[in-house]
Write a protein of this length. Structure first.
Ligand SMILES: [Zn+2]
Length: 365
């Protein structure tokens, strides 16, 4: 298996190309940061502004993930500028956090990109669906899908006598009109014959709709990469009739996140990522850092302030990103939590701060 050319220091900002609602950079630059870093923090501020509100909303629903929702309220709350000029923070790593999802998507593209480059024109995108299910059946439906997929894989290898290599991604969407859920796989398959076999076998092993015979197969392109590596579930959806973005529905989101608790959304099948990547490059992926130029040699600490939609340094009074939401976006996010339920906060210090901050390794931002 050939090892492909490597993507040097993976830019975490790959996901910014996917962020269709990226904020505009205001006319006057903010002096303490270099341009690229400033834009990155503005995008992060936009994500944080929304995610904090969403985490509060999910927290208000409760359920088995309540504690984790509470933790997300703290995601990237503090950003520390070290004396080395680098910034550090901690991430919640949750699937409902837009701050973390942007990083996750960028990393997935960097991780799987060399594999897809190597497969080239031999990579095909197959979408495998099953019949929609009510919320209480969602977890078992996803488990059934996993078994059906394994049966397909075995059959391709044993009966069809073919190699089988694939990248599998689980997605779940919610249908508000029918109040049910649509779990499905996007699978990148190496080889056209394998892709066709997978699609045919899926009908045999999985509970598919007979009317849905045309589960599509297409050659992987740039659009396909976005489709595979974008978020696991849409946090925001548009109303089909009005075309307007609908406020997130915490109950259906909670049902989805609870159903997939502990499950992997990406899976490599039939190969190891290390076959395609130098261990050295894996290291580089986790060590990408920003340098905030004018603060070199000083330490400064910024804390997120939702009203400012930015991180504020209480000592200097400076804001970190200079992000300004549009009026429509601010109104939308503010309206996510009603007056009556406003002020939802996690329990005081849900876990000792020292543990909360050090339980995950510090990630350079
Ligand atoms: Zn997060």
């Amino acid at each position: 298996m050939s090892r492909t050319a490597v993507i040097g220091v993976a830019p975490l900002d790959t996901s910014e190309q996917l962020d269709q609602n990226a904020p505009q950079v205001p006319g006057s630059p903010i002096p303490q940061t270099s341009g690229d870093v400033q834009i990155k923090y503005q995008k992060r501020a936009r994500a944080k502004f929304f995610s904090l509100q969403l985490a509060r909303l999910l927290y208000s629903v409760g359920g088995p993930l309540k504690w984790q929702y509470g933790r997300s309220i703290d995601c990237t709350r503090n950003i520390v500028l070290g004396t080395d000029g680098k910034t550090r923070t901690h991430y919640c790593g949750s699937r409902w956090c837009m701050v973390c999802n942007r990083i996750r998507t960028a990393r997935a593209i960097a991780k799987y990109g060399p594999v897809l480059d190597d497969w080239g024109d031999d990579a095909y995108l197959v979408t495998l669906t099953i019949v929609n299910r009510p919320g209480y059946q969602l977890r078992s439906a996803i488990q059934e899908m996993g078994k059906a997929f394994t049966s397909c894989k075995r059959s391709i290898i044993r009966t069809h006598k073919m190699d089988f290599e694939a990248i599998r991604k689980l997605e779940v969407t919610y249908n508000a009109d029918r109040n049910d859920y649509h779990p499905h796989y996007h699978v990148v398959v190496r080889g056209h014959a394998q892709a066709i076999a997978l699609q045919e076998l899926w009908h045999k092993f999985a509970p598919t709709r007979t009317s849905e015979s045309a589960q599509d197969i297409r050659q992987m392109d740039a659009g396909g990469r976005v489709e595979v590596f974008k978020y696991f579930t849409k946090l925001l959806t548009k109303d089909k009739e009005t075309g307007k973005t609908k406020p997130p529905d915490p109950h259906s989101l909670d049902a989805i996140f609870s159903a997939i608790k502990g499950m992997r959304t990406y899976q490599t099948v039939g190969f190891k990522l290390s076959d395609y990547q130098d261990p050295e490059d894996e290291k580089l992926l986790t060590e990408s850092v920003d340098t905030i130029i004018n603060h070199y040699g000083e330490e400064a600490s910024y804390v997120w302030e939702q009203d400012y939609t930015d991180w504020l340094c209480s000592e200097s009074g400076e804001l970190l990103s200079g992000y300004e939401p549009s009026e429509a976006w601010r109104d939308f996010v503010d309206a996510m939590i009603s007056e009556e339920s406003d002020g939802i906060q996690p329990p005081q210090e849900p876990i000792p701060r020292s543990i909360a901050y050090y339980s995950k390794p510090y990630l350079a931002t």
